[in-house]
Design a protein around this ligand. Structure first.
Ligand code: 5GP
Ligand code: MG
Ligand code: MG
Length: 183
């Protein structure tokens, strides 16, 4: 779905598909340099990261394996609490491996901070994070994120894998919703 097919549900386009692709090409080049001579396992967090994973991994100039985790965050409504339950665990044993977590967005950082320490407890060689979006003003915990696509203001965004109530994940661009959609 294109932004023009959102009717009046879309308030503002923040990043077009082309801008997102260009940024992921940049990040992929940087990642490929940093992991030269090492095997890296990409770990995506379902479901939001599916499109970041798809485009990031295709921008890498060599073969890389991927794995997926699904988690649910206990909390009131849309705000995450940092208390996390694993809905789907990794297929792979990551001990001794270099893990790169692939995420759509870091908001409070609570979910990812939990995932990171969970993965670190499995004795990997390293754990780094790549996120397409980050909201610096929303941070509740400090997260060391090595690869960041764009820092954005503290507003709710959809598209490119990101949903509102499971809708709009298939929007090609990333944008903010008009208030009538969620109020
Ligand atoms: P955190 O634990 O960092 O507060 O939240 C992490 C998860 O909340 C993200 O992986 C994402 O699924 C969801 N989330 C946070 N901010 C947004 C947003 O602006 N839009 C959408 N669609 N999801 C968000
Ligand atoms: Mg996510
Ligand atoms: Mg969601």
């Amino acid at each position: 779905m294109d932004s023009s097919q959102m009717g009046n549900d879309l308030e503002n386009v923040l990043f077009t598909e082309a801008q997102i692709h260009a940024k992921l090409e940049e990040l992929a080049a940087q990642i490929w340099r940093d992991y030269e001579g090492k095997d890296v396992l990409l770990v995506g967090v379902l479901k939001g990261a599916i499109l970041v994973m798809a485009d990031l991994m295709r921008a890498l100039p060599g073969s890389v394996p991927m794995d997926w985790m699904a988690v649910s965050s206990y909390g009131s409504g849309t705000k995450s609490s940092g208390v996390v339950r694993i809905l789907k665990d990794l297929d792979a044993d990551i001990s001794g491996r270099h893990v790169l977590i692939v995420e759509d967005i870091i908001d409070s950082g609570l979910t990812l901070s939990w995932i990171r320490s969970n993965l670190e407890s499995r004795n990997p060689a390293s754990v780094e994070i790549c996120t397409l979006l980050r909201k610096p003003e929303a941070a509740k915990v400090e997260i060391d994120c090595k690869y960041v696509g764009f820092d954005i203001p503290n507003s709710f965004v959809v598209g490119y894998g990101l949903d509102f109530d499971e809708k709009f994940r298939n929007l090609r661009d990333i944008g903010t919703l008009a208030p009538h959609v969620y109020s």
